[in-house]
Structure formats: C-alpha cells, structure tokens
Design a protein around this ligand. Structure first.
Ligand code: G3P
Ligand code: MG
Length: 244
C-alpha cells in the first residue's frame, strides 16, 4: 500500500459544473479554487491516442456528433468542447492525456485517471494509458491514482505500471467488488453515492481499502461521508466543499 496522500475533495471531470468537463480550463479553475486533486476520464481515439472525454460520442459535449473511437486524434484534439458549456469557453478543445498530465504536474494537482474504455476496447485502453505513464519519468508524473469500472482495463494498466496505485470503480458496493479489488491489488474502492451506507464503508475499510465516493455536490452529504470514514469525494462543485 503506497503512502495515502490522497486529498479529500477531488474535482470530478476537472470540476465539471464550473468549466467544460475534462478540459485544461477545468484543471486551471480547480487549481485556482484550491483543489489538490482532480479526476478525469480517458478514452482512446481511433489511432489509439488517449484523450480526455467521458462519453463514447461527442454529441453531449461538443457542437458536433461522432464516435470517439472512430475519430482520429487530430480531429478530437481540434474539437471545441467549450462553447457547448458556455460561450466564454469557446475554443477550449479536448486535451490529450499527456497534455493533461503535464498540466496537473505544473499546477501541483494530484490526479485520478479514470480509464473509460469505449465498449470492446477495455484491454487496449488500459494498456495504452499504462504505457503513457510508464514512458513518463516518475519525477515528471503528478501523483496518480488509476481507476476504472473495467477490471480488464485496470489489469492491463497494472501490467504496465504496477507501481501506480489503483482503485476499482463500482456504482454499488458488493462483496464481489471487494474480491475484485483485492485480486487487482487496489488501494481504493471508488463507490457511487446512491444506496451507500455506513456498514458498506466499514466493510470496505475493514478489507483494507480506502473509500472514495462519487458524485457529491452538497456539503452536508460530504460531512456525513467523512464521518463514516471515506477518504475522499468526487465533486462537480468543489467550491462548495472546500474550506472557505
Ligand atoms: O471516478 C468517479 C466518477 O467519475 C465515475 O463516474 O461516469 O462520472 O466517470 P463517471
Ligand atoms: Mg469519471
């Protein structure tokens, strides 16, 4: 188990209610707010370049349509995902994983890299993300936690960078999730907030896992979870949760 310096309030999708999600603009705002950590989602382009995006299509976040896995990196990296959020962010484009990691290190942000494979690309996405991290000099990497809903993606990443800590994402706690997280040698279980209770958090902690919870946008809930022993929460509104 590595040292757990993982901060408690993690800007979800780089703080997706305050800036276009999964963008460099979001990273900058998260850092200015005083966040110590961010989370972003990573998917592969057609030519296997890892880029920051949550959905398998561009439809929700860009002013154009298209499947991420069918578009070349050149097209994705030139896609405006700012204007759909607010005209003030027009021109903000999809960043590559490499660019986002460099920005995190420059800004002093720890990062949870969520491997978000397009369907059928689980192993490839995990492997490529792992390779990007492996090729970075450890001194030039920000502090990283890898996570995924896909056990196959996590295992493939772990084969490349066994030293980078991992968290298994599940939308609901289950005894099976504990077994899978154990098999993958995870340090954390990253759980959806719905249906979560104190007993489940205790069971995860007793099994040796830190618990991170998504997506928490209200201070009373964050305080309740902290009292139950969670190590951190992902939030679209870190400004509401960080100490004033
Ligand atoms: O990693 C926590 C959270 O990001 C998982 O859900 O769908 O927002 O990527 P999602
Ligand atoms: Mg995510």
């Amino acid at each position: 188990m590595p040292d757990w310096g993982w901060p408690a309030v993690i800007a979800h999708r780089c703080g997706g209610a305050l800036a276009p999600e999964n963008t460099l603009a979001g990273l900058g705002i998260a850092a200015r707010l005083g966040c110590r950590a961010v989370e972003f989602d990573v998917m592969l382009s057609r030519d296997s370049v890892p880029v920051l995006i949550h959905d398998e299509t561009l439809d929700r976040t860009a002013a154009r349509s298209g499947h991420v896995a069918r578009l070349a990196a050149e097209e994705l990296l030139a896609t405006d995902v700012g204007r759909c959020f607010h005209s003030a962010f027009a021109g903000e484009s999809i960043p590559s994983l490499q660019l986002a990691l460099d920005a995190c290190r420059r800004l002093g942000l720890a990062v949870n890299v969520e491997i978000k494979p397009a369907t059928g690309c689980e192993v490839d996405t995990g492997r490529v993300v792992g390779c990007v991290l492996k090729e970075m000099q450890p001194a030039l990497r920000p502090q990283i936690l890898l996570s995924s809903f896909s056990a196959d993606a996590l295992a493939a990443a772990a084969a490349e960078v066994p030293d980078v800590p991992r968290g298994l994402l599940v939308d609901r706690f289950s005894p099976q999730a504990l077994l899978t997280a154990g098999r993958l040698d995870c340090v954390s279980l990253n759980l959806g907030r719905k249906h979560l209770d104190a007993a489940q958090i205790l069971a995860a902690r007793d099994a040796g896992f830190k618990v991170l919870v998504y997506t928490v946008n209200a201070l009373p809930e964050a305080r309740q979870l902290a009292a139950w022993g969670v190590a951190g929460v992902f939030s679209d509104r870190p400004d509401l949760l960080l100490p004033g």
